[in-house]
Design a binder for this molecule. Structure first.
Ligand SMILES: *Cc1c(COP(=O)(O)O)cnc(C)c1O
Length: 453
């Protein structure tokens, strides 16, 4: 019998993060200042981020040391296990070998603390007193709330309003860690008041919540801003997932043919796949496939355009070249709140544009059907975001069966769904709506983009 769980010793916890920037097929397009439209400098970012993170954001060093204090925090839950999904394979009667890296064993139940603890550490080092951030479903907010507590910082979280009401338990978790949580759009910022004046019933979006958190940080000297995905340094920190998984796959005597991750801003997919993509980019594994999975209700890669856009709704952040649905896009209130972002990480977008990675989009109902199959075979109730990766992995396994060919599938089970049981209730009782974003809406939001190449 092959092993069901492939684990690592604490001593095997990676000592460095992997930076993909020097290995990309071409350099990233420069990030532009929102007002001048000129390339931003590290000093432009200094009101929001500590220099340690800014230098990581622009670094072209392939390997970056993980500070001892951060490795100490990682040890609370890392290394995380790699599972072989033997029961799922048997149920699907597939010749494919399915592996998943399980990030749900972290204290808050997702991969997000991998960067939260690193960001809290560098901010503490820089003498910052408080961090402000946004959160969708509450996964990122709870990760940062915990990390702030571990490093002695205060934490303010702007939580997308629809999730604030749909997911009270994650708000309570943040409050248990001592964070202040506001439903966004809120009355606490000019950005929030501006949105409320136009749309009093706005369900909120990550883009709006980012505007609020950025404004909070920019207007308080002792406060910095913290982002849970998209930025280069966030993806960098998340590579601890893939570096562990590479060791674990080696122990299992296998190497993936296809790597799958759900894609909100791209950090869990990049975190798992980039250390393997290094092999592909170097020509050692030319056939390796990497698949981003997104919701049909927020199809950034599959239906967006590759061009400059703001990271937030109001237009306070720098302009970034990425696949985008337009910064004014407000997605339907699907349960996978962590996947409701209009853009994606620049490096991931470049890899997609160069056709080095692929993307697929699914509706909620088939995603939850896959999640229920997974719970009934592997025992873990997945986060709605992670369930997108399960759906794609099952489809790959079924294709392998049809083709009568074996295939090694590795996916990121980025979090558990123990706080998302309402979503399962809605699915099991036929209350989930599959919303499609119409082409007219896509065109309207994209027409509002700044006229840059
Ligand atoms: C936030 C979140 C995601 C999506 O964000 P990425 O940056 O794309 O990883 C996926 N899964 C879970 C469990 C999350 O909390």
């Amino acid at each position: 019998m092959p092993a069901t769980r492939i684990t690592l010793e604490e001593s095997e916890l990676p000592r460095q993060w992997y930076n993909i920037l020097p290995d990309l097929p071409k350099p990233l397009a420069p990030v532009l200042h929102p007002a001048t439209r000129q390339p931003i400098t590290p000093d432009d970012l200094a009101p929001l981020f500590p220099m340690g993170l800014i230098m990581q954001e622009v670094s072209t060093d392939r390997w970056i040391d993980i500070p001892d204090e951060v490795r100490d925090a990682y040890r609370l839950w890392r290394p995380t296990p790699l599972h072989r999904a033997l029961r799922l394979e048997k149920y699907l009667q597939t010749p494919a070998r399915i592996y998943y890296k399980y990030e749900g064993v972290s204290p808050v139940g997702s991969h997000k603390p991998n960067t939260a603890v690193a960001q809290a550490y560098y901010n503490k080092q820089a003498g910052i007193r408080r961090l402000a951030t946004e959160t969708g479903a509450g996964q990122w907010g709870s990760a940062l709330a915990m990390a702030c507590r571990l490093f002695g910082l205060e934490c303010t979280v702007y939580m997308v309003k629809v999730s604030y009401h749909q997911k009270p338990y994650r708000r309570l978790l943040m409050e248990a860690y001592g964070a202040a949580v506001y439903a966004s759009p809120s009355e606490h910022t000019r950005a929030g008041r501006q949105v409320l004046a136009e749309h009093p019933d706005s369900p909120g979006s990550l883009g709006i919540a980012i505007s609020e958190a950025v404004e909070d940080a920019a207007t308080h000297a002792d406060t910095n801003y913290s982002l849970g995905s998209v930025l280069n340094h966030v993806l960098l920190h998340q590579t601890v997932i893939g570096l562990e998984a590479k060791l674990q796959m080696e122990k299992a005597g296998d190497y993936p043919d296809v790597i799958i991750g759900s894609c909100g801003g791209g950090s869990n997919l990049a975190g798992l796949s980039y250390p393997f993509l290094q092999d592909k980019l170097a020509g050692r594994r030319p056939d390796l496939r990497v698949v981003a999975v997104e919701p049909e209700a927020c199809p950034t890669l599959t239906r967006g355009q590759y061009r400059y856009d703001f990271g937030d709704t109001v237009g306070l952040t720098p302009l970034v070249k990425m696949y985008t649905l337009g910064h004014t896009f407000v997605p339907a209130g699907i349960h996978a709140g962590g996947l409701r972002y209009h853009g994606d990480a620049p490096s991931l977008c470049l890899l997609y544009d160069e056709k080095i990675i692929e993307a697929v989009a699914y509706h909620q109902n088939p995603v939850f059907e896959a999640a229920v199959t997974f719970a009934r075979t592997e025992g873990i109730v997945a986060a709605p975001e992670s369930a997108h990766a399960i759906k794609a992995a099952i489809d790959e396994a079924l294709r392998a069966r049809e083709e009568g060919r074996s295939r090694v599938i590795l996916f990121n089970l980025s979090g558990h769904g123990n706080f998302d049981l309402q979503a399962y209730d809605d699915y099991l009782h036929g209350r989930l709506v599959d919303t499609e974003y119409s082409q007219a809406e896509v065109d309207r939001a994209l027409a509002a983009l700044p006229p840059l190449a």
